[in-house]
Design a protein around this ligand. Sequence first.
Ligand code: NAD
Length: 246
Amino acid sequence: MELDLAGKRAAIAAASTGLGFAAAAALAAEGCRVAICARTRAPLEEAASRIGAVPLVADVSDCVAAARFVADARDALGGLDILVVNAGGPPTGGYMAFELDAYRKALDLNLLSTIAMCREGVPGMQQQKWGRVVAITSMSARRPKAQAVLTSTARAGASAFLKAMSQEVAADGVTVNSLQPGYHVTARLAQLYGSKADSLRAGIPTGTLGRAEDFGAIVTFLCSTHAAFINGVAIPVDGGAYPGLY
Ligand code: NAD
């Protein structure tokens, strides 16, 4: 299928490894010009060199730096057509495991970074009458979990922001969607579950964990012209593990 992405200019946040990198690699393979960020220069530059991306060091948990990443990407690429919003994930634990400051940090990392990047990137897309925002969130936004209270709380806010914004910008040719990963094989999964990661397959109808490359391909489809009528949705990518209809 022709995705019509050649020459599109794409900024992908938090993309030296994992799902962000897979999204960047897949967009680059479709002929997009790509800029990526992460906090640490050496692995970022190594990742960027593998896919011909522009590396921009930024910690998106700082709203100012998150917005600057998008502005720098736009400058480096000569404009911006695609924004993939992403960040790391906060620590896991129950509601009393954290002081309020940890909640603030999680909101900075996964909610305010989303708002800051969109506020910087989306108005230009509206002006040029074409744009795509794809946010990488989490199934915890759909199904909050007791031991994942920080991510559940922050992702719910981000999802609400994205949904509200999607209704405002769609008439300008800008779609806004999010992908909600279930369990995918990445450094994050290894960090959270260690040697037990493989046993998570037991709770997934497909009997498999997600592959980052497949996730990247889904991002490219949402960015394509074919996806112009998909807007304002949060799509589970979890092998069918979520048990509900909505
Ligand atoms: P990962 O740890 O493999 O990769 C995260 C990437 O983000 C790395 O490139 C890292 O350098 C970068 N990063 C982290 N914090 C950053 C920051 N503050 N500023 C800039 N860059 C930063 O993680 P992943 O598995 O690819 O996860 C991506 C997102 O999806 C995370 O928010 C994660 O919580 C979420 N998620 C992942 C899974 C999964 O199974 N992998 C499941 C649910 C949600």
